[in-house]
Ligand binder design. Structure first.
Ligand code: F6R
Length: 376
């Protein structure tokens, strides 16, 4: 079935009733829950205790897909700026060769029923890796119970992408459990306060004239967003792209600096359809000083071409605060883009259909259950 989109006028963003009609499954409520989910995730994570021998691992491998993987990227970006812990994020069926008994594999799947994550989990078990999993339900929970693997259950009822705090914060606790504290509870509480306050100003009730999320969405409406970031905010640029894809059902691109200045920059010459592009830079106060110059160069190249450009200056005094404040802004931007396009932000019809058709062909879940029956 072909889906139709209808472009709404910018003034729709201040029509709370119209927004409610478009957002049939109440994604607005889920995005607004971000700050309270952060708090809930901290409380939940306190209950996660790992065996003492997990402290000897050489690395953490986070396995997940889509909305369940991005928390791994945030964790990687943050922890590698602060601790010597080695972190990789695997969005695939197969684990890298080096993963062995000295690796800690963390399987994250909000539904607990994602084929790639289950397969990576199975491989980790067969290689004798230390393991832990985070899910709301599904085969992942069942497998952890059967195989006696530490498991953190998180509340269901959200879309995986809006459950991000529930999937990201436990990774910080896991790192702490194995002897690599990344951020303490005091810093998390500060970040929560900041995000909670910022969120108020981004909700539909707050008018366009005072709402930075509506303003950015208005600039991106009917454009192809090209999002750049750097350092610990690289994963945030990817989050913007993914949220725009899934909530607004719209194409978006992201890239990172300084790498973009070594390849992607060439695409800023002889630009086709330049009036259809809009660039978003997610800046950071923590960037390497050399990077500031790389940004200046790229910005002036883009401005010379007359392409629209917006700067996002995340709030906060810490890397964590920058990440979380930039994310809540971007989540609302993707939501308002959906409203402007007249599309219901929550359902992801194509993702669900692809998963279903895939399983009809592979019968993966049956095979996983058979494996589980014989294991442990
Ligand atoms: C996000 C979303 C997808 C899923 C992905 C993996 O809202 O719908 O990106 O996160 O398909 O599924 P889970 O998270 O259940 O493992």
């Amino acid at each position: 079935m072909k889906s139709e989109t209808r472009s709404n006028s910018i003034s729709t963003l201040d029509n709370v009733e119209a927004i409610r009609m478009i957002d049939k499954e109440n994604m607005g409520r889920m995005i607004s829950s971000f700050p309270s989910l952060l708090k809930e995730a901290v409380t939940l994570s306190r209950g996660l205790a790992l065996p003492r021998d997990y402290r000897n691992v050489k690395e953490i491998i986070v396995c997940g897909m889509g909305g369940s993987a991005i928390g791994g990227d945030l964790f990687k970006d943050l922890s590698q700026s602060i601790t010597p812990l080695r972190v990789s994020v695997i969005r695939d069926y197969d684990l890298p060769n080096h993963v062995d008994g000295n690796s800690l594999v963390v399987a994250v799947s909000y539904s607990g029923n994602t084929e790639e994550t289950l397969e990576a989990f199975k491989q980790a078990y067969e290689r004798g890796s230390r393991m832990v999993a985070v899910a709301s339900n599904g085969l992942l929970e069942k497998a952890c119970s059967k195989l006696k693997i530490p498991f953190l259950g998180v509340p269901s009822g959200y879309t995986p992408r809006s459950a991000l705090p529930l999937l990201f914060i436990p990774l910080l606790k896991i790192a702490e459990e194995i002897g690599f504290p990344v951020v303490g509870e005091g810093e998390l509480a500060e970040a929560h306060r900041l995000v909670e306050e910022y969120n108020h100003g981004l909700t539909p009730e707050n008018p366009l004239s005072r709402n930075p999320a509506k303003q950015l969405a208005a600039r991106l409406h009917e454009k192809l967003p090209i999002i750049y970031s750097m350092g610990h905010l690289k994963s945030v640029a990817l989050r913007y792209k993914d949220q725009i894809n899934e909530n607004a059902k719209m194409r978006a691109m992201c890239d990172q600096l300084p790498e973009a200045n070594h390849n992607e920059v060439e695409a800023w010459e002889k630009i086709d359809f330049k009036e259809l592009l809009h660039v978003v830079f997610i800046d950071s106060r923590f960037k390497n000083p050399y990077l500031a110059e790389s940004i200046n160069q790229l910005v002036s190249t883009i401005e010379k071409e007359g392409v629209g450009l917006s700067m996002v200056k995340p709030l906060g005094e810490t890397m964590l605060e920058e990440m979380l404040s930039a994310i809540i802004l971007g989540d609302w931007v993707s939501y308002y883009l959906a409203i402007l396009r007249g599309v219901d932000p929550a359902p992801v019809r194509l993702i669900s259909e692809l998963k279903m058709k895939h399983d009809e062909k592979t019968r993966y879940f049956e095979k996983f259950e058979e494996w589980l029956y014989k294991s442990g």
